[in-house]
Design a protein around this ligand. Sequence first.
Ligand SMILES: Nc1ncnc2c1ncn2[C@@H]1O[C@H](COP(=O)(O)OP(=O)(O)OP(=O)(O)O)[C@@H](O)[C@H]1O
Ligand SMILES: [Mg+2]
Length: 253
Amino acid sequence: MAGVILAVSGKGGVGKTSISAAIVRLLVEHHPKARILAIDADPATGLATALGVDVVQTLDNIRVRIAESAEKGETREAVELLGEARFQILDALAEQGGGGSFAFLAIGRPETAGCYCAINSYLKEVLTLLAAEFDYVVIDGEAGVEQINRRVMERVTHLLLISDQSRKGIQVLQTILEVARRMVMYDRCGVVINRITSPNLEIRLDGIDLLACIPSDNIHAENDILGKSVFDLSPESPVLTGAETALRNFTLI
Ligand SMILES: Nc1ncnc2c1ncn2[C@@H]1O[C@H](COP(=O)(O)OP(=O)(O)OP(=O)(O)O)[C@@H](O)[C@H]1O
Ligand SMILES: [Mg+2]
């Protein structure tokens, strides 16, 4: 299957980054020849640590550099600037080693105070630009509905919503889905319930596919405390087996 763009979304702290990292590891293992790109779209970062990669360049660094060169120089066409961005991004990607064979890009944190609109709209352009270069793009989204609402992820193939068992988590998930139905084009959408502590309590999801349930796992939490990556986890760890079930239900592995 070519041209998969999988976006992970949900409330803060429910396990988006953990599951995004697990998905990248599973895709690398199941599709060793595929071109895989992991994007940390959360300015608060975290995916790099979860994947055990060093952040050499962020999208914001590249954006600022190109904006500066445009200010200094002659008036260049937007399309030319975008072409340069593509070149610099692919260059930055090639430098990444990582725990497996995948490329990594972090959106970064704009140094100037204020809003994230510029970097978010840049991310949107870059996503369109890069989608053609990769077989699988996995996006670890910012918590909440903002990036969906701003259509940063306008065209994804798979929308993966994560929640814990809490009513709040499920409500956020339903809000994201309502907005996504209007603002995002996607082929498949599904839910993973993570960090389950009360397996006997039923969770009601109206009209969304439940792809997998993942129990709370202390070893996973300890791994995170120690700053270890997803590649240090045992293949039997619940986050990995849960992410695997979700990917199988999406028929991506
Ligand atoms: N199944 C699990 N069992 C136990 N702990 C977990 C599990 N999944 C995630 N965690 C822990 O929960 C915390 C939040 O996880 P994670 O960073 O993946 O969530 P997030 O949704 O990306 O958060 P944020 O919104 O802050 O980006 C981490 O400390 C992580 O180790
Ligand atoms: Mg996160």
